[in-house]
Design a protein around this ligand. Structure first.
Ligand code: SF4
Ligand code: SF4
Length: 257
């Protein structure tokens, strides 16, 4: 994966339908060397998987393991994975990744990079893959031969991309700096974005503990799924963000009686 201090060493090569040789395992001489000095943006689904893996609430996870990306003061803020004081990832050990089953999507995707475009939600997602060759990475020297699709299946990335693409559509389509909303309105929208994107446990309290459910025409099965499951709640949250931030008809308010 990419390290913050080594961008010049990275080589991006369009992959298209091509193949690449790669294997990462405890036998490679560089094992776990890349798990440090990372500038790794976490998506909502990353936070969800990691917090559940660690047995933490999303709020506890945010406090212990993330930092705000302060380069985006009046934009939708991103959360980064906080490195230890020695620069190492908090989850790396001598035997590998301690959260391997729920590691972030970026850790799974390397040595690929992925660009995607959804076509505004009207058509299938278009994807473009490229190979990221970092000089220190010895994983290219031997191993199976992969297509991008085969690598994605091996790394169980489909579920990450399904959730992440919905979120990226929100993040990339709206820049509060360029919009005419007041400072107060911008702050309110940023808080809303933060809550749904990152603190899913608090969002669940909001959905179930307020008049939210009574305010919209919601399928009872969807409400029940969101009450019981994190992924359904996240999907409902994305719909609510699109409704509340952009006025899209992703939710239908109930008529006043
Ligand atoms: S989460 Fe796991 S794979 Fe990703 S940087 Fe940390 S230790 Fe490495
Ligand atoms: S092979 Fe590459 S991805 Fe695997 S540990 Fe080494 S540097 Fe990291």
């Amino acid at each position: 994966m990419s390290q913050a201090d080594a961008p010049a060493q990275e080589k991006f090569q369009p992959l298209g339908d091509g193949r690449f040789t790669f294997a990462c395992h405890p036998g490679v001489p560089c094992f776990t060397e890349c798990c440090q000095k990372l500038d790794l943006t976490l998506t909502p689904y990353d936070v969800l998987r990691l917090s559940r893996n660690l047995g933490l609430s999303t709020g506890e996870f945010l406090e212990r393991h993330t930092r705000l990306d302060l380069e985006r003061p009046r934009d939708f803020p991103h959360r980064k994975l906080a490195m230890n004081p020695d620069g190492r990832c908090p989850f790396v050990s001598q035997t590998g990744c301690r959260v391997y089953l729920d590691r972030p999507g970026a850790c799974r995707l390397y040595p690929l990079g992925r660009g995607s475009a959804s076509g505004g939600g009207t058509g299938p997602t278009r994807e473009m893959f490229f190979l990221v060759r970092e000089e220190h990475c010895r994983g290219f020297e031997a191993g199976p031969n992969w297509t991008a699709r085969e690598w994605m299946a091996d790394q169980e990335l489909d579920v990450y991309h399904r959730h992440n693409d919905q979120w990226m559509e929100i993040v990339t389509r709206h820049d509060l700096k360029a919009s005419p909303v007041s400072e107060e309105e911008a702050t309110r929208k940023i808080q809303m974005f933060n809550l749904v994107s990152y603190n899913l446990d608090r969002f669940r309290e909001f959905v179930l503990g307020t008049r939210f459910v009574d305010s919209f025409e919601l399928d009872p099965a969807e409400v029940e799924a969101a009450r019981a499951g994190d992924e359904a709640l996240l999907e409902l949250g994305m719909k609510w963000l699109r409704f509340a931030l952009f006025g899209e008809p992703t939710l239908q308010p109930k008529a006043l009686k």
